[in-house]
Write a protein that binds this ligand. Sequence first.
Ligand code: XMP
Length: 320
Amino acid sequence: DWTPGAFIDDEVAKIRAKVGTSRVICGLSGGVDSAVAAALVHRAIGDQLTCIFVDTGLLRLHERDQVERTFRRHLGIDLRVIDASDRFLDALDGVEDPEQKRKIIGHTFIDVFEDASASVGEDVKFLVQGTLYPDVIESASPTGGPSVTIKTHHNVGGLKPDMKFGLIEPLRELFKDEVRNVGRELGLPEEMVGRHPFPGPGLAIRVLGAVTRDALGVLRQADAIYLEEIHEAGLYDEIWQAFAVLLPVRSVGVMGDYRTYENVVALRAVTSTDGMTADWFPFPHDVLARVSNRIINEVRGVNRVVYDVSSKPPATIEWE
Ligand code: XMP
């Protein structure tokens, strides 16, 4: 029978055998999966592991500080933070296609890791990734459907073919709830284990169309208000994932005596057990009303908020 404890023992043994005395790097995304993967590999090989957190410029508000604080405090793992936001945003300049964005981001991640690994040591041979089973399936083909890629999750399909690292993906056969239990067993704090999933390409796939610094700034503010109100209402743990999306659409509004012509923000919140299927979350209307009022009043450049009432399938969780 599968238990987190037995899984950890098995994986620790496998990781030790694979790695030997090499050095290993792990990219942290701030999400649950990479945190659990890092903690597991750390359990196996201790300070042969260095974690790298890349600020892609595509993170949520205050995310970088939160990740730094949580990791240094709870994991005691060697952590390097690299600001590569210019590199990512330059590479994404003018790119509108979602799969193209994923590919560029995946490749840029590897380039940044390769550069960073040089400073970690010459004997870095492996890269740890928090790939889960649904990532593997969804990058290959839709559930039960024809063999067509829905989205190339960057940590599965988007890696460079000539990458010089071997991969360690200890969570490759697990679902999210199992990963959370492994994390708890490894002693990770609930605030980390219970976090909503956050995609590797970050806000780049939530600014629909071309990604600009201005658009990211607007989205970050709207998203922060939304999450703040969800926490305030005590609903965070009932929701699988909640986020704002900035639409490449302007709509007409009125502010005082003036006509406005500004952006639309869509709010998404879903319940799910594994991310493969999902239902939209039935928010109490007063919560939606507060979020909408606050976003329209506090975020410059947004005059309309809509709520996404689509389930997966046939929609997906992210809009891109
Ligand atoms: P979709 O949008 O495919 O999302 O229904 C299912 C889950 O996967 C996350 N997601 C990604 N995660 N790289 C990631 O690491 C990606 O390119 C990516 N695309 C979607 C999404 O946030 C949801 O949790």
